[in-house]
Design a protein around this ligand. Structure first.
Ligand SMILES: Cc1ncc(COP(=O)(O)O)c(C=O)c1O
Length: 418
């Protein structure tokens, strides 16, 4: 069969719903400055779907630094991979400052978070080693695990008893092969808002010999006393062997970093294929990230504001009887019952009639009959925004309950139907 014909015959889970690629549900275009109020289809919407947790994306000092750095250096400099010609003293400075911020001895910049995670896993484990990972880990971890030539075991999300079972299985193998074990989890899980049970995992280090890799994409900046992440929050920074965060969320930028033992990073920097064989971060981005980090350190009130909004929103939703799962972070899922058709109509109602923009997932991303509307609060939202949103959720909850989205919805708006 011709490969292109095969591609079109089997479009994949998301490609199969490309017929609704209407810039409404799929590939929507939010316009205007990144803020709680943006433009969508010519209307102003209250936006709750950007991981701009600390509100840095549009901070005047950030915008100024980004613009000046881009004017001075362009977006090309330095050209090439870091190892070859793509290095500057500012890349090193950012690594040092990030490591210090998260309480680790050394840092290593990554040009993109996704590729970085993939290569970290690829470089740390070989065919004799075993990976044990949480079932709800992000796609970049799953893809890193897919590269692994040795055994891998998955444990149900945050199930520490089962993790121990998997560690026993892993240990049996590594005793034979002479390999090691890598446990992988997230600091904050991006869909549910749950935190990884880092304390539970770390406690198992007393009984089993393994290294722990934590992807803290959503925890960096939002968790921990000073924003230093979920490991800081749980007081287990020293026991996290490999700490990763992206700049794509709290830092409202691009790239990522790994913090760890300098001796380990000194080996990894020669072995992360996505870094050795790809262009390094442009200097303008590095300088922009240095400014963002400076602001995070200087302004603890950003995180405080974020949590004020988070607490008001989450307690308000709970008070009205809505299920927000077991989130312990700013990520706020509202778990509703309904089919993909209702989900589409509910989203349409939210966006078109109530001017509230958040994202939703339905089957097959979550179990049949479940709709999850995910709300991402930020430091630049206000308690007034929360009040407005709670009122709307009260209404849509009743409409969903009364079957309005089933009866009156627009046929054909079949969000995520397979
Ligand atoms: C948990 C997690 N890890 C890694 C990434 C990838 O980071 P990046 O966007 O920098 O490639 C993301 C998404 O941004 C994420 O949510």
């Amino acid at each position: 069969m011709d490969l292109f014909e095969k591609l079109q015959a089997n479009r994949g889970p998301l490609g199969s719903i490309s017929h609704i690629d209407d810039n409404y549900y799929m590939f929507p275009m939010l316009e205007g400055e990144i803020a709680p109020r943006m433009q969508f289809k010519g209307k102003t919407v209250l936006t709750w779907s950007l991981n701009n947790y600390l509100g840095l994306a549009n901070h005047p000092e950030v915008r100024k630094t980004d613009a000046e750095a881009a004017t001075k250096y362009g977006l090309g400099y330095p050209m090439g991979a870091r190892m070859m010609t793509g290095n500057t003293k500012y890349h090193h400075q950012l690594e040092t400052e990030l490591a210090e911020f998260v309480g680790k001895p050394a840092g290593l910049l990554l040009n993109y978070g996704y590729q970085g995670v993939l290569s970290i896993i690829d470089a740390v484990v070989g065919r004799k080693d075993v990976i044990v990972y949480d079932a709800e880990c992000h796609a970049c971890i799953i893809d890193g695990v897919r590269l692994h030539m040795g055994k891998r075991f998955v444990y149900p999300h945050n199930d520490i008893n089962n993790l121990e079972v998997q560690l026993k299985r892993a240990e049996k193998i590594t005793k034979e092969t002479g390999g090691g074990i890598l446990v992988i989890t997230e600091g904050v899980f991006g869909m549910s808002g749950n935190t990884g049970d880092l304390k539970g995992i770390v406690a198992l280090k007393k009984k089993y010999d393994f290294r722990l890799f934590v992807d803290d994409a959503h925890g960096f900046g939002t968790m921990g006393e000073k924003g230093g992440g979920t490991a800081q929050h749980y007081g287990v920074t020293d026991a996290v062997d490999l700490y990763f965060a992206t700049f794509a969320k709290s830092m409202a930028s691009i790239g990522g970093f790994l913090a760890s033992d300098p001796k380990v990073l000194d080996v990894l920097k020669y072995n992360l294929r996505s870094q050795i064989f790809a262009k390094s971060l442009p200097l303008a981005i590095v300088l922009g990230n240095l400014k963002r980090l400076e602001l995070i350190k200087k302004h603890p009130e950003f995180k405080e504001n974020l949590w004020k909004v988070v607490n008001a929103l989450q307690s308000g939703l709970k008070e009205m009887g809505l299920n927000i799962g077991t989130t312990k972070s700013p990520v706020t899922p509202v778990v509703l019952s309904g089919d993909p058709y209702e989900a589409a109509n509910l989203m349409k109602d939210l966006r078109s009639n109530y001017n509230i923009f958040c994202s939703a997932v339905a089957y097959p991303v979550v179990p049949k009959g479940t709709i999850i509307v995910r709300i991402i609060p930020t430091a630049v939202h206000t308690l007034e925004d929360v009040k407005q949103t709670l009122k709307v959720f009260e209404t849509i909850k009743e409409k969903l309950h009364d079957g309005v989205y089933l009866k009156e919805g627009e046929k054909g708006a079949t969000l995520l139907e397979t």
